[in-house]
Structures are given as structure tokens and as C-alpha cells.
Design a protein around this ligand. Sequence first.
Ligand code: KIV
Ligand code: ZN
Length: 432
Amino acid sequence: HRKYVAYDTPTLPDRTWPDRVITQAPIWCSVDLRDGNQALVDPMTVPQKLMMFELLVDLGFKEIEIGFPSASQTEFDFCRQLIEEERIPADVTIQVLVQAREPLIARTFEALKGVKQAIVHVYNSTSRVQREQVFRQDMNAIRQLARQGARWVKNYAQQYPDTQWRFQYSPESFTGTELEYAISVCNAVLDVWQPSAEAKAIINLPATVEMSTPNVFADQVERVHRALAYRDAVVLSVHTHNDRGTGIAASELAVMAGADRVEGTLLGNGERTGNMDIFTMAMNLYSRGVDPELNLADVERIEQVYTTCTNLPVHPRHPYIGELVYTAFSGSHQDAIKKCLAVRQPEDPWEVAYLPIDPADLGRSYEAVIRVNSQSGKGGVAYLLEQNTGYRLPRALQVAFAQVVQQESERSAKEIHAAWITQAFHDAYSQQ
Ligand code: KIV
Ligand code: ZN
């Protein structure tokens, strides 16, 4: 008896991706306002959606999935408001999601009336489980639905010739779909759209549910990358979720395996365990010297808009942005950081132990780096005292005074702040 089954793993004897690194940012598409929003206990109001949209534009996103206009009046109205109030910058393309159903596609084009450019993102579910248990249709019927959806999108677009349209197709539940079949569905859609190098289509591969290790997902992406028809006329996109906790790694490996574009959300909001976190992946690129082509320096604003719009907290250990990620509690870490910072010249590359990036790049300060509690050693105590008073203690005094601080932190079981350390130092030594 096997309760859980393995999913399709392609055989790629001459695979090349594990040896690569990412050398340039992928095309980013934020789905905060759609996938992120649909997963909230209280979906965003229109003012919250506007606040998030403005943030995404300011961060530099050029493609933003703003919603599912045929799904509700709020979604429809938000789309209309963006267009009628001319809030979409000329270099930003909005994207909207729709199922492969004609009335929904018709309503979607109505919502987009008058927009200068837009991506219409059509999808249907292709996995074996969905085919057999949800739709009760065979492979041919599901492929036919995808083809028909592509035709509807193309035909409705022709009724609005003043808009520059782009088309995107997702085989939803791709990770549960037999790989060669998924490729045949995507190719059937592309045959309808007949994309060209000047008018590219987007094929988006969703890990709707993350079902494998990221390397297996990347192998699947590589197989699609190699087998897709019209490959030069296609932007290959991935859309990973985080069910196994590896949504970011899956997108990173997918880019190494041939994907051109990544869909995700800020800080990983989204269905269940979330979408992949674009903020973290972008900062991963930044910290290895690759321009992420997003302006993420104002983390205070990102956190403030994120929490206001989603009503979700930011975890204190969230990579790069969490309140605790530039702190060192252990004495040996504090000592190493202090030594690296002391020898560092401003023009040197950033190589500081325990600090993968310079906190100042995200508006954080060095003052927050050294914190003292009962786990800290003499180095951290001496560092904070020097920062606060300018005193540089000889080693013997560092050892003696650290014991005073440690006693207090053990007694109170709390972090000890620089002000307490300064006062205690004066109390202990100023009379002597
Ligand atoms: O996760 C998913 O499959 C989606 C699709 C609709 C792209 O969000
Ligand atoms: Zn999704």
C-alpha cells in the first residue's frame, strides 16, 4: 500500500542546468493582487488594492496581475478604476486572469475596455486528478478546452483593436499533469495563437501545488523549454507555490533550467503556504551581485503596505526584512562581526561574517546588529559600550564588565540595551 504517489520525472541525460547560476533578473510578474488577494481571510478593499498597486509600480514591476475581473464586481470595478483614472504607467502592463469559459472571457474584455496594453491570462486545469475526479473528462477533451479558450481570447481581442494585447496560458495543476501531455496542451494553445518574435505569447507553468523537490520541477521546466513549439516566440514563465517550503528554490532552479519569467508575491502571500516570495528571490540575486531590477531598498514602506493590505504580520525571521535578521545574539557571532566591520573599507566588497548583506542597503543600521543577552560574550558588550560612549576597554576589563552584564541578563532573562550597559559601566567604574 502506498498512500502517496510519485509524480512525473523526466529523463534528461544531457541536462545542463545544475551547473549554471542566474546571471540576470527574470521578468517579474507580481500576482499579489490576484493570487495573494484571493487567499486572504478578508480580501483587499479597492483602496487597499490601489495602495498595493502603487507600491508594486514604485518597486519597478512592469507586469502586474491585478485580479480576476469576471469573478466579482469588486474585481471588475478595480480594473475599471485603474483604466478610467489612468493610473497605469505607460511602461506597466496589467494582467488579468480568466478561466477558459466564454462568458467569463467576454466579461474580462469588457473590464479591459480602453486599456492601452494588457495580458489576458487564460487557464484550465490539466492534471490527472482534476481530469478524472473533478471534470470527468479525458485528455482530448481537456486539451480541446484549452484550445477553445485560446480561440475565444484571440477572437474577443480582435474586437478591441486599439489595445495592444498579449496572451498567456497556464495549464493549471501542471505539477500533477503528465509532462508530455502538458506539453501537447501548451503546443495546441500556441498553434491557435501563432505567436511571433514581435508578438510573443506567455506559457506559464504553475506548481499549483508544489509536489516535488525543486530540482525535479526544474527538470520538468527544462523539458518544456526544449519541447515547446514556437520557443523563440514564447516567454516561458513559472508560478510556484510553497507547499513543501521550497517555492523560491523551485523558481530559482526553473530560471536556471530555461524559464524567462517568474510570477510571485511580495513576502510570499498566496494560497495555502503562499506563492513564491519575489522579495526574497530578488534579494538573493542582489546579494550575489546580480541587479534584481526592482527597487527594494525601502523595506519600511514594503512592510507597512504589506501588513495594511493583507492584515498579515511579517515574520521576525523573514529573509532580509524580518526584525531579527540583522541581529547577533551569540558572543562568537558578535565578535566575528565586530572584527569584519573594523577592517572593512567602504570600497571593499561586502564580506562580513554572519551578515549576508549590508543592512544599510535596506535602510537598516549597524546599531541594531549587536544585541546583548545572556548568550552574548564580552565582544558584544564592549562593542555597544564603545558605540555609546567611545570608550575602548582593555581586554581584562572587557572580561570583568561582561560578567556584570551577563549576571543582569540572566537575572532578568531579557535583552540588555546599550543605555543599561552604559549606566552600569559608570556605576561600576566611575568611582574607582
Ligand atoms: O497556482 C495556480 O495554478 C494559479 C493559476 C491560476 C496560474 O494561480
Ligand atoms: Zn497560484
